[in-house]
Design a protein around this ligand. Structure first.
Ligand code: ADP
Length: 169
């Protein structure tokens, strides 16, 4: 029987750190569903459709990875998909407290679902969507942090207006 893993998140935008986790999960599970959250308290820069599109393009070559979105409680979505595993990325100690609380709360709500934490390649362990957006907004080079199509979308989104040239064309 295929084990299905769900990798939920905001992906606003998808970074190479997220992609690293997806690639690792894809070697462990028969099916991996990257689930883009509608509900987020982070006021996303990109719409759900834009975030889904950028993740789809990034995982196109991974045959056992799909992209979906969800609006419900995560454990309800996981159950509806017939999945048993939630994958989350763990970077530094700073992620731990929030992730620990989420994992134990999800276990209380759905004891049959296991949360699995994966650490990215060390060079991505300080990378976040938030810091990538900040660097891009100030015209910095983000090419090592996100796939090329995400870099383009980010530059377009952050361009002050179509009449002015971007800082780093
Ligand atoms: P959320 O809003 O659910 O935290 P994110 O898109 O910020 O959504 O992150 C989704 C998951 O990916 C989280 O488990 C987060 O810790 C993890 N993650 C984010 N950036 C990285 C990274 N650079 N390396 C590994 N995991 C990461």
């Amino acid at each position: 029987m295929t084990t299905i893993a769900i990798y939920p998140g905001s992906f606003d935008p998808l970074t190479n750190g997220h992609l690293d986790v997806v690639e690792r999960a894809a070697t462990l599970f028969g099916r991996v569903i990257v689930a883009v959250a509608h509900q987020t308290d982070k006021s996303p820069l990109f719409t759900v459709q834009e975030r889904i599109g950028m993740v789809k393009e990034a995982v196109a070559s991974l045959s056992n990875v799909e992209v979906d979105d969800f609006q419900t409680l995560l454990v309800d979505y996981v159950r509806a998909k017939g999945a048993r595993v939630i994958v989350r990325g763990l970077r530094a100690v700073s992620d731990f407290e929030f992730e620990f609380q989420m994992a134990l709360m999800n276990r209380t709500l759905a004891p049959e679902v296991e949360t699995l934490f994966m650490m990215p390649k060390d060079s991505y362990s300080y990378l976040s969507s938030r810091i990538t957006k900040q660097i891009a907004a100030l015209g910095g080079d983000i090419s090592q942090f996100v796939p090329p199509h995400v870099e383009r979308l980010l530059r377009k989104k952050l361009a002050p207006s179509s009449s002015r040239a971007p800082v780093n064309p």
